[in-house]
Write a protein that binds this ligand. Sequence first.
Ligand code: GRG
Length: 296
Amino acid sequence: MPTPFKDRVDAYRERIEAYMDSVIPAADNVPQRLHSAMRYAVMNGGKRVRPLMVYACGECVGADPDRLDAPAAAIELIHAFSLVHDDLPAMDDDDLRRGLPTVHREYSEATAILAGDALLPLAFGAIAEADSIPDAQKVELSRLIAFASGSLGMTGGQAIDLASEGKKLSVRELERMHNLKTGALLHASAISACIVSDSADADDREAIDHFGRSIGLAFQIRDDLLDIEGDTAVIGKAAGADELHDKATWPALFGLEESRQRCDDLLATAHECLDRFGEQATALRWLADYIVARAS
Ligand code: GRG
């Protein structure tokens, strides 16, 4: 009987932190200020949900953990980059992230832009350099992560988000924005484990695909709820920012009760997708519950 996933979460977090630490150039490498800002952006206490998704999904589809480090790190580096740019004055103009001053506050706006710019290619470099992953899988991972983070994924979702401030979106429009802005990277985290698994078949991948989409949307609805119900000290960023910026969010459109219900429905769907995996899905089931119950 394996140890429950919750008791292994810290070990996985330490594992990905050590891997990212080895991938990001040391802070005394020229240009030192840029490398220091990149480290500040990444090594600062994120929950590491996306890497945990890669590892938990890897357990589900029997992937070699050594092949999971590079995609987990690549996705987390891109996530960190997106947060740095999202916090900039030209976007959400936030002062606090993960309980610390945002990168442009701690360094400068120009350095924050450059740190984000450098984290994105570093992610793809990490995949290219992963000796444990066969070349064909590296190509598939790169394609997956590139599309999930670009204009047809996260960046596209961010563009729709910015264009939607002060507007009332339809449920379809809101769902599409959430799926792209937040869902795409979470979905890519799950699928990347299938890519590096030698045993996952097409039906497994389809189930994980559906799981990833359901839990990705639930994650963002929970994030919207936390912006209203959460405490700045716990969520590590300014609560109430969505309302302040007149953002299109699930609670703004449907209210708290319906948003909570939608989150629960998506969680139930996510669990159903995992039925075919039996005991091997224990970690992923734990992570899905955590995503919907999290307080930060
Ligand atoms: C140019 C590729 C590119 C991206 C820039 C800024 C931007 C476009 C996209 C931003 C997307 C964004 C900020 C989505 C919000 C996702 C979200 C809910 C973040 C919070 O994630 P958590 O809770 O945070 O996992 P931690 O700090 O725990 O990692």
